[in-house]
Design a protein around this ligand. Sequence first.
Ligand code: CAA
Length: 384
Amino acid sequence: MELQFTEEQLMIKQAARDFAVTECLPGVIERDELQKFPREQVMKLADLGFMGMMVDPKYGGAGLDTVSYVLAMEEISKIDASTSVCMSVNNSLVCWGLEAYGTEEQKQKYLTHLAQGKKDGELYIGAFLLSEPEAGSDATSQRTTAEDKGDHYLLNGTKNWITNGGTASVYLAMAQTDVSKGSRGINTFIIEKNWPGVSVGAKENKLGIRGSDTHSILFNDVKVPKENRIGEDGFGFVFAMKTLNGGRIGIASQALGIASGAYERCIEYSKQRKAFGKEIMHHQIIQFKLADMATRIEAARLLCLGAAWEKDNNLDYTVSAAQAKVFASETAMWVTTEAVQIHGGYGYVKEYHVERMMRDAKITQIYEGTSEVQRMVISRSILK
Ligand code: CAA
């Protein structure tokens, strides 16, 4: 493994950095406060090709590798984790799954637009509908049902905490088709938001990533054509798990970005803020905190890049993605909490950004598999 980025990867990192500073930073505090979806930012990300980064150009994607995706996710998350989660879900949970397992017709009809993030000049993104009121970590306990009616399925149920729920045009939704078969009785369906029987529940009022658009989605006798099932009958749960493996690299990179963004702010602040007659960077207590932050962030970065490298080289990245996610998200929580501490009273108010980063960090320990689920994935692999 060569730990050297290509020119293209470095270019992507710089483009993401420039984008985050010029497009995401202005208004990030206000969007958080007002829970305003970053529509303009996402439209511009689409123009940059960042909504379908890893998709083959023949389906409208940018044809980049996962390492570039990690670099871009880190840079955008340093400044605006609400925008980056929207990007991550569309890239990893929607486009990747469709490209890997969709039929040619499904790819032509949906992926070509989702990968561009636009259709007919309008925002066109997707969402991933696995979680339910009673099926979070225990994802096999799906209550949403899809009854086989011959030429179509009839979907009924409720999905919870859906990122991009209100803005997405297309949903990849998991539902139970045969409860007696356990996880092999689950299928994944492509559902259009404007179909009869689909409704969007109230927007969640969240602790963090408040700019992102999180809703419940309700299905009431939704007719889903047979050709909108992804893969063979009964493949839906394994599809969700395989898709989430890549999603976990995206969220790990988001957590990495939140941590490194907070750390960069601490470096700046400690050079300016004076206490006891000198800049606080001259106090050993601050120096050691910064040293620990830098070390943990670098370790998280290497885990993210390692998992991405394995994915790019067609190796099994299930465990490395889980390790990257659990470590990066716990690093993000620790670094951002320390960042608030370093900033003292200033850290506790909105203008200094780090309190938002601390709130944003928390969700990275929860969504796309909690830290406990990641530990299940890792330990099952070690012990099998
Ligand atoms: N990769 C590939 N396949 C996997 C897998 C993985 N990581 N985890 C499980 N599988 C496969 C198993 O091999 C098995 O396949 P077979 O039928 O071929 O044997 C099948 O899936 C069932 O697996 P288990 O028996 O291990 O299932 P389980 O009920 O014990 O649960 C679990 C396993 C790991 C806990 C799983 O339920 C899980 O990952 N839960 C967390 C769900 C999750 O991440 N939710 C996130 C919601 S999406 C979200 O947050 C998006 C957003 O909006 C930001």
